[in-house]
Ligand binder design. Structure first.
Ligand code: ZN
Ligand code: ZN
Length: 363
């Protein structure tokens, strides 16, 4: 249904308001640049060598901080591939059916060929009524973005964007570089902060910038450190913030470690397997965001584990990897074929059904 005029205006106003936290951050960073570079380094530091070293290191961290912040804000969240959307015919079928059980039957038929292993708490297939799609594992519908977001972590007001599969690496880097930025300012400003209290600074406005620079940088350091440490823990455990709050449900039940592959592989999933890309905000996360490696205990025997239905060699590989949707960058997702080849299968191949699925209406 097309939005009415008043709703369009309201949505437009909301979209503008969502930028206020970002503007707040930008203004603070702009002031910190002015205070550190001009008021502290240029006007207050007399030793040329110290001045040059501070300015060089500061600008290096500053560029990385701004670059990662930019990438986190402007990298669009990835949404489920078309294979997860209901076809026009399936939508009509679903609308025609009044009985929940019949609707489930339709969803079961579609879900059968998709690499979906997680369920709702009641054991149903996760279905988004708003987007009319079957939710891939780890994806959620964001009410702010009004779409399903792959490996959604959370919607962050400070970047006015969903943090998920497409930008989680950038978000982690943003936390790391912003923490480094604040720690560097706190450390280098400290001796001038002490001089302020000992009345050893010239009586100019610079001394107040030096004072507030120390207070704000040290306070931001504490909160950023807490957030950064928490997300490092999440990366090590291969959990999103949403999964830390509510553990994913698999065929056999809830498993908070359902996606964990062990410490090093968990890190590689987010940062990629080429170390040269780890410090720079270019996309290098592994996988396609729609299917994820998971423990063998979490596999649903009725879901496609491979195009031929055969499992991977368990003797050499402790973990089972569902097939990626597209040509994947992932070397963790070892597969010879894409599961989506099964899409070419005829409908009679889709006859079997999984019991206990109901439609999920999750905001
Ligand atoms: Zn949705
Ligand atoms: Zn969002």
């Amino acid at each position: 249904m097309a939005p009415t005029g008043s709703r369009t205006i309201r949505n437009g106003c909301e979209r503008v308001l969502y930028w206020i936290p970002v503007l707040f951050i930008v203004l603070i960073v702009a002031w910190s640049y002015y205070a550190y570079v001009l008021q502290l380094c240029v006007d207050s530091i007399e030793d040329t060598k110290e001045k040059v070293v501070y300015l060089l290191v500061y600008h290096l961290i500053f560029i990385m901080f701004i670059w990662t912040y930019w990438q986190t804000i402007f990298t669009k969240p990835m949404t489920p591939l078309k294979e997860f959307h209901l076809s026009h015919a399936d939508k009509e079928l679903l609308q025609r059916e009044d009985r929940e059980e019949s609707q489930q039957e339709i969803l079961r038929r579609i879900a059968k060929d998709l690499p979906i292993y997680t369920r709702t708490n009641s054991g149903a297939i996760r279905f988004c009524e708003r987007c009319q799609l079957l939710k891939p594992d780890r994806s959620h519908h964001c009410s702010v973005c009004d779409k399903c977001v792959l490996k959604m972590d959370h919607h962050c007001p400070w970047v006015n964007n969903c943090v998920g599969f497409s930008n989680y690496k950038f978000f982690m880097q943003f936390l790391a570089y912003s923490l480094l930025y604040c720690l560097f300012i706190t450390a280098t400003d400290f001796q001038y902060f002490i001089k302020f209290w000992m009345n050893k600074l010239p009586d100019t406005q610079a001394k107040f910038h030096i004072l507030f620079l120390f207070f704000s940088a040290s306070m931001f350091s504490v909160s950023l450190a807490a957030l950064f440490i928490y997300h490092c823990w999440l990366v090590c455990k291969n959990r999103s913030t949403l999964e830390a709050v509510r553990s994913p449900v698999f065929g056999h039940g809830t498993d908070k470690n359902g996606f964990s592959l062990g410490f090093s592989k968990n890190l590689l999933q987010v940062f990629g397997d080429e170390s040269k890309y780890w410090p720079v905000p270019v996309f290098s996360s592994l996988g396609d965001g729609c299917s994820f490696p998971t423990g063998p205990v979490n596999l649903d025997p009725e879901q496609p584990s491979s195009p031929s239905g055969s499992s991977l060699n368990g003797a050499t590989e402790a973990r089972h990897y569902p097939k990626p949707l597209r040509e994947s960058q992932s070397r963790l997702l070892i597969s010879a074929h894409s599961w989506s080849e099964r899409d070419n299968a005829t409908d009679k191949d889709r006859g079997a059904s999984n019991p206990g699925m109901v439609m999920e209406n999750e905001a």
